[in-house]
Ligand binder design. Sequence first.
Ligand SMILES: *[C@@H]1O[C@H](CO)[C@@H](O)[C@H](O)[C@H]1NC(C)=O
Ligand SMILES: *[C@@H]1O[C@H](CO)[C@@H](O)[C@H](O)[C@H]1NC(C)=O
Length: 453
Amino acid sequence: MLRILCLALCGLLTGMRADPGALLRLGMDIMNHEVQRAMEESHILEKMAAEAGKKRPGVKPIKGLSNMKVKDVITPVITLNFLPGVGIFQCVATGMTITGKSFTGANMEIIVVLNITATNRFLQDEETGLPMFKSEGCEIILVSVKTNLPSNMLPKVINKFLNSTLHKVLPGLMCPAIDAVLVYVNKRWASLNDPMPLGRMGTVKYALASTPTTTASHVQVDFSPLVQQQMGKTIPLTNSGEALEFPEGYAEGSSQLLLSAAFLTAELALLQKSLDVKIQDKMIGELPPQNTETLAGFLPEVAEVYPKPKPLVTQIRINKSPKVTMTSGKSLLHLHGTLEMFAAQRGKRPVSLFLLEVHFNLRIRYSVHENWLQMATSLNRLLSLSRRSSEVGDFNEKELINFITDYLQEAYIPVVNDVLQVALPLPNLLAINYDLAELDIVENALILDLKQA
Ligand SMILES: *[C@@H]1O[C@H](CO)[C@@H](O)[C@H](O)[C@H]1NC(C)=O
Ligand SMILES: *[C@@H]1O[C@H](CO)[C@@H](O)[C@H](O)[C@H]1NC(C)=O
């Protein structure tokens, strides 16, 4: 009874929160790079200068100064700091030269050095479901205000007045700059909502599993990837029961992407049908000629039925979803299916010789090319072989182990590798260059240790 209750409750509980199939941890290296890029792309400096020069309604000109112009804006230096549980604290150290005529008629330059600070809260946009930064509490801190006039020409009271006026004027001028930069940073998450193709077999969408979180050293985005067949059917991720976590040992503040074995398995389910093949080449790789005579070398029974050599035709069908497993340093692809061999007949349908049930695994090597995850395989082991039917009499399947092992390696692995050429999409966000990543296989996951160019 209790067990039934737990099954029901636990089912409910796990159904309630989406299990992440991929995790992304962004350290300061990537965030800094993004914000710098956004600054450049948004042409915020030019905009700030233009904005500062404009006459704006509701903003009084600085008393005692006329012909005010912003001459130049000092290249901002941006410093970011993670605020655990909140987001990123941003400080933009910049400044500008304001020119004008003073109340005495003299040309005056005011050099203002200031810091703009704001908290960029990391949220999940309710409408789009995308991660986004939203700035809060923008403040202007005047570091220094200097003029070219001797201080006696600028009475203290004016100086004070200037300071307080700047305090009123500058936030309206400078704070939109923070927002403008964030618009650019936020735009770089937008493609997350676009389903990415996995060959022609389906799509993958990196949907957020929950609101992103911030710690003292990084922001973390948990994905609950949606793997869909071309016809729209969703392939569920099988939960391994263990929470996904980044292993220890990565440099503080560095960035990583973790892809779970369950997620890769779901992606490869899209390719299952493509793994079914019929092979009828006479010569394959290093293999001896593919005919009944060669086969009879392993299975003498074949020679009795076919005294004259006939070409072989092989049909392989994968009848279970391919499964990816990972243990430290090693990843395997498990394939279960049937292998049927036929003797080709001139002008007639090939005749079945036998049908074997096979289970074998392939070793996967991962790499990234142009931001797509690629896999290449080699045969690891033939794990089981059993005879389902035979038209050449009873035989012990053990006699075929070497023949089938060589066949899989030479004839079938190239087919698998061909199918895997489609490559798997990686989350398209920010300006992450996955090609530079170092790949690590850990327990139940593949880790891409991201590097900045
Ligand atoms: C302004 O920002 C710079 C760079 O982050 C920092 O070193 C300095 O202490 C800040 N000054 C003030 C007054 O906040
Ligand atoms: C400007 O005024 C603020 C208070 O409004 C004060 O804290 C600050 O020290 C002043 N800065 C300068 C450069 O005078």
